[in-house]
Design a protein around this ligand. Structure first.
Ligand SMILES: Cc1cc2nc3c(=O)[nH]c(=O)nc-3n(C[C@H](O)[C@H](O)[C@H](O)COP(=O)(O)OP(=O)(O)OC[C@H]3O[C@@H](n4cnc5c(N)ncnc54)[C@H](O)[C@@H]3O)c2cc1C
Length: 647
């Protein structure tokens, strides 16, 4: 047989096989579809295990339709699991299917809903297997194809800076944003580090010694961080404050807010942080006027990769369901990390639960997209653990609830103990939120702050100075979080409310308090004995707290309040090189994935396992890494040399 004939026969056979396979799939699908849409009509309930306990659902079925799915009971975190479960319930009804992907960041909660609905379908005699096969009908989806030089995913600090920078070097840029406004987490913060700025020069301040700062940084990270990346970041930060001012941001020079973050004097604050979103909007309106395109409420879903493994674009989805298929020469990922994915955060912290207190719609979309195509991991265990609080609902005291939920957790004049009842910190670290939250997380899910009745009464009547507190604690825009010379109104009434809610505990003796709070009685009694003895002598023999803050507790009753940590932002995930190129998960070479860049909280490498003690470092990284990634992306797309440092 000659080659042409055998090739034709082979093609013919292939054609027959394809047709048979299609017929098989179509008939199989239709067959399943008919069976799947047959139920014993009625109302069914079922439960399945979620993240914090059982999730109970109610499903109403017609003979041929899932009419409704309602979440009856659950203990999931409302902002994360709660919202995601409602979304899954809606989709089950809309798509008449159980083949629904879990919402990222709330996988366990979503799977619980799916499992409970499955149980209801089973009870009604429905074909679960077929419902799990059934996919969306894609035939009506509107797909719009576009092409550009650079696509940036995420319009927060990093993404907006990347998009504007790429445009400044001549690239045609499309910017995708999941939310309705730009700014992301970056618009929630107070200020940023800049190694030098015209503002500092105008003030006659000495320039910052970048060499010394670099050495300190590397030492703090024990050199388990990317030295080139850090060096570039610090050097570029000398121009970034002015770059932001040129783009309409209103910024002034400020001393550091946190007393122990004061080694370097490069902290700059927004004049009014409530206006930062407006500054982002204005910067991006200018960007659009110059030909850039911004799509709000349009999350990126997937990277497009060609057969060689190079990234060649992005798939995104508009609010109306339209799919954007955007071909691009470079793609920058800047989706702000995964603070909203609490289960994922918990995994990276060895099981310790830390509530997300930042932009909880940041659930790691960009990190997952990059990992999906083979990007290396770096730094997903690093978090901006930066705030602690006493939980509990004091909404019945709207004017004073902060005094307990926040202020009481920020006092250094009393002992803190862990869940076992052992003192674990020099309580003066309260003046630095990173140190405090790190110390709490190192103990587990919560710690206790301990007071005597006499101390609470003094706070309620006179304020913290009467207990010997030397310096007030400030937090962001709150000038005096711990009122020093003003009464802490309603304090005892609010404390009693928290005791009812199981957040605070009371005991006439240390033994009784330890038992009520579930501590190890011996450990707690010993800890209190040593603390009181040290306080009487005016010397903290364990952790070296200043003597003025070593206040003996005196007589009971005593109180212990639960203090929990929160997380403002995650600080890593994707491994990048010093050009902000995403690299492959191959430690032999860490070769770049062609055309792909990452910036901001999605990119790891600055830290070993904790945030550096540099005031404004995280936000500064967002803008600076965005500028670096935008320049690299434009340089790649346009095939030109760009040197940001020669300006
Ligand atoms: C309350 C608070 C205060 C803070 N204060 C400070 C401070 O004073 N100084 C400091 O240094 N740091 C501070 N931080 C931390 C700092 O703000 C962040 O680390 C930094 O701004 C992160 O920037 P980013 O650009 O990486 O992320 P973001 O600014 O969050 O930007 C990410 C953007 O991507 C979007 N996005 C997510 N997924 C998708 C998707 N699939 N498609 C398209 N878009 C998507 C998001 O909606 C968001 O707009 C604070 C954080 C919080 C929460």
């Amino acid at each position: 047989m000659d080659n042409k004939i055998s090739r034709r026969i082979a093609l013919g056979l292939l054609g027959v096989v394809v047709v048979l396979v299609l017929v098989f799939f179509l008939s199989d699908f239709r067959g399943n579809e008919t069976e799947a849409f047959s139920y014993k009509a009625g109302t069914y309930t079922a439960e399945a295990k979620g993240f914090n306990g059982n999730v109970k659902v109610k499903v109403v079925l017609n003979n041929d339709e899932i009419v409704s799915v309602e979440i009856l009971e659950h203990n999931e975190t409302e902002a994360i699991g709660g919202n995601a479960m409602e979304a899954i319930a809606d989709r089950i009804v809309k798509e008449q299917s159980l083949a629904i992907d879990a919402v990222s960041g709330a996988t366990i909660s979503c799977k619980a809903v799916l499992a409970a609905v499955e149980e209801c379908i089973k009870k009604a005699g429905g074909n679960v297997a077929a419902l799990k096969e059934k996919k969306d009908d894609q035939s009506n989806v509107n797909i719009v194809k576009m092409s550009t030089d650079v696509v940036v995913v995420g319009a927060g600090g990093a993404g907006s800076s990347a998009a504007v920078t790429a445009q400044e070097y001549g690239a045609k840029v499309v910017l995708l944003e999941k939310n309705a406004v730009p700014g992301g987490t970056t618009a929630m913060g107070g200020g940023l580090f800049g190694a030098n700025s015209s503002l500092m020069e105008e003030n006659g301040e000495e320039p910052i010694d970048i060499d010394a700062l670099f050495q300190d940084w590397m030492k703090e990270m024990a050199w388990k961080a990317d030295a080139n990346l850090i060096r570039k970041f610090l050097e570029l930060s000398t121009t970034t404050i002015d770059w932001l001012i040129d783009h309409g941001f209103e910024i002034h020079k400020s001393p550091p807010i946190q007393q122990t973050h004061d080694a370097y004097h490069g902290y700059h604050k927004y004049d009014d942080f409530t206006k930062t979103t407006q500054h982002f909007i204005k910067m991006l309106e200018d960007f659009e006027e110059k030909g850039g395109q911004v799509f709000y409420e349009t999350p990126a879903r997937k990277l497009i990769v060609d057969e060689s493994g190079a990234v060649v674009g992005v798939i995104a989805e508009k609010k109306d369901g339209t799919i954007l298929e955007i071909s691009a020469k470079s793609v920058v990922i800047a989706t702000g990390g995964f603070v909203g994915a609490e289960e994922w955060v918990q995994e990276t912290l060895g099981g310790v639960f830390v509530e997300g207190a930042g932009l909880v719609s940041n659930v790691g979309d960009g990190i997952k997209m990059a990992w999906e195509i083979g990007a290396a991991h770096r730094g997903e265990n690093v978090h901006l653990l930066h705030v602690t609080k006493i939980p509990g609902d004091l909404s019945m005291y709207p004017a004073t609830s902060r005094l307990v939920n926040s202020s009481l957790a920020y006092l250094p004049i009393n002992p803190w103990v862990n869940a076992a009842g052992e003192r674990f910190a020099n309580e003066d670290i309260i003046y630095d939120r990173a140190l405090t939250t790190n110390a709490v997380v190192a103990q587990g899910n919560f710690v206790y702050t301990v007071f005597s009745q006499n101390m609470l009464d003094t706070l309620e009547e006179k304020g913290a100075a009467a207990l010997g507190m030397q310096d007030k604690v400030a937090m962001g825009p709150i000038e005096e979080l711990t009122p020093m010379n003003a009464p802490w109104t309603n304090l005892n009434a609010m404390v009693n409310e928290l005791i009812k809610q199981g957040v605070a505990f009371k005991g006439d003796t240390y033994q009784e308090l330890a038992r009520n709070a579930g501590m190890d009685v011996d450990k707690f009694v010993k800890s209190m004995k040593r603390y009181n003895e040290d306080a009487e002598k005016g010397k903290d023999t364990l952790f070296g707290k200043r003597k003025e803050h070593m206040v003996p507790l005196g007589d009971g009753p005593y109180y212990a309040f639960k203090v929990v940590p929160t997380n403002l932002c995650t600080l890593g995930g994707i491994r990048v090189n010093s050009d902000l190129q995403v690299v492959r998960n191959d430690p032999d070479s860490y070769k770049p994935i062609p055309n792909l860049y990452a910036a901001g909280a999605d990119a790891g490498g600055l830290y070993s396992d904790h945030y550096v003690l540099l005031e404004g470092g995280a936000m500064s990284w967002a803008y600076n890494s965005g500028r670096l990634a935008g320049a690299s992306a434009a340089s790649n797309a346009l095939n030109i040399e760009i040197d940001l440092f020669s300006q």
